[in-house]
Write a protein of this length. Structure first.
Length: 401
């Protein structure tokens, strides 16, 4: 029998940084044990474990993690889903609870990426000048070197410039100002990889990675982990007053992929699947974009943040530039975005990011975000997107049981 609701009972993230003395299991264990302690439960209560990791997905990390935190014979799901890996791991635990298979679930996301360099870059074999049909679909040709690039900085640079071409109003400085905001927010987040405010001149004058994204406008490769304990609403009502007080309701949990459209086999479309996920999430939660007190969205690059204002319906279609210029996305604005510092400052250990974004929102809803606290926050949205493609959107609410 399905359950009425699912709640975050405990959640934890490690500091995102270069952890030279810790491996994946060390980091995952730290996050998992932190989440269990935060929830006030022990491993023997957990009925399902979902372990998210991208770069070493084939190693059975979830089983390795069990050996450190408790081997209780429960089902383990090893999850890999591009940058949406952590969000997918959490959704896996949520679905197990919703299906009535267990009352408690644990989701963990972890990655070690410090020093990884530019992901997706590798030597390419020589190509003939004349293209011939090949590959699974017989008509698929990689972008790189023929139509732009398939490296992530280049792809998201193109996405930002496409928005400019369609709606106008953007320029190099505007994208840099988005990065300026996120780096300013990071100064209040002790768990961020970088906690340094950068001037507009510093951001624009740094190394150009893929126009219009300079180095500070790109997500930072770091090591880190995040974990969450989730519980059914029915079981939550049997727990202590303090556990119920700090529990955060998961009002929506949505995962989408690209729907078919012409060229979808070649050109990534971060817009449609995000908009579809957001629309479904708002319907599930029964809230509107105007109800959101804060948003953690997937700013893998400054250009990505701008287009996702539009995709998440934080503004009217085509009005992302005016929305940003209004000051709405600063922490003292109408709809604060990436108060954590975002991926550009907090860092982007891929497998951990989806749960870390949820940690940030949940921490504000609990009123435990310290200096960066959004006062009176009761509803928040967390968003991640991975090309390949996957988009995860979760809406969280502070609600008494």
């Amino acid at each position: 029998m399905s359950v009425d609701s699912v709640w975050i009972l405990g959640i934890h993230m490690t500091k995102f940084a270069k952890h030279k003395d810790k491996d994946l299991v060390d980091l995952a264990s730290e996050a998992a044990q932190g989440a269990l302690a935060d929830a006030g439960v022990t491993m023997d209560r957990i009925g399902v474990l979902a372990s998210g990791n991208l770069m070493y997905a084939q190693t059975g990390l979830g089983q390795q993690l069990q050996k450190q935190i408790g081997q209780t014979g429960i089902p383990v799901y090893n999850v890999s889903n591009a940058c949406a890996t952590g969000a997918t791991a959490l959704r896996t635990a949520i679905m197990a609870i919703k299906a009535g298979e267990c009352d408690f679930g644990l989701a963990v996301g972890v990655e070690k990426l410090s020093g990884a360099g530019l992901l997706g870059v590798s030597a390419k074999p020589p190509r003939a000048e004349t293209w011939t049909r090949s590959g699974r679909f017989g008509a698929i040709e990689p972008l790189d070197g023929r139509i732009g690039t398939d490296t992530m900085p280049g792809v998201f640079a193109q996405i930002g410039l496409e928005y400019e071409h369609k709606y106008g109003g953007t320029d190099f400085e505007l994208f840099a100002r988005i990065s300026e905001k996120n780096h300013a927010h990071s100064t209040l987040n002790p768990l961020a990889a970088y906690q340094k405010r950068l001037t507009l001149e510093q951001i624009m004058g740094d190394v150009m990675i893929a126009y219009p994204n300079t180095r500070p406008m790109c997500s930072a490769n770091t090591d880190g982990a995040a974990a969450a304990v989730v519980v059914s609403g029915e079981r939550l009502r049997t727990l202590s007053l303090e556990q119920r007080r700090r529990a955060i309701k998961i009002s929506a949990s949505v995962l989408t992929t690209d729907p078919y459209e012409e060229a979808c086999q070649i050109l990534p479309n971060v817009n449609t699947l995000t908009r579809n996920a957001a629309q479904t999430a708002y319907e599930q939660a029964g809230v509107a974009p105007d109800d959101l007190d804060l948003v953690e969205l997937h700013d893998c690059f400054a250009t990505a943040e701008l287009v996702h204002y539009d995709n998440l319906m934080l503004c009217e279609p085509g009005n992302a530039v005016d929305f940003f210029k209004s000051g709405a996305t600063w922490r003292d604005g109408r709809t604060p975005v990436n108060v954590s510092g975002g991926l550009e400052s907090k860092g982007h250990p891929i497998g951990a990011t989806g749960i870390a974004n949820i940690w940030e929102v949940a921490t504000h809803l609990r009123g435990e975000a310290g200096q960066r606290q959004i006062e009176g926050a009761t509803v928040g949205l967390a968003h991640v997107i991975g090309l390949g493609s996957a988009c995860g959107v979760h809406i969280l609410e502070k609600a008494g049981v």
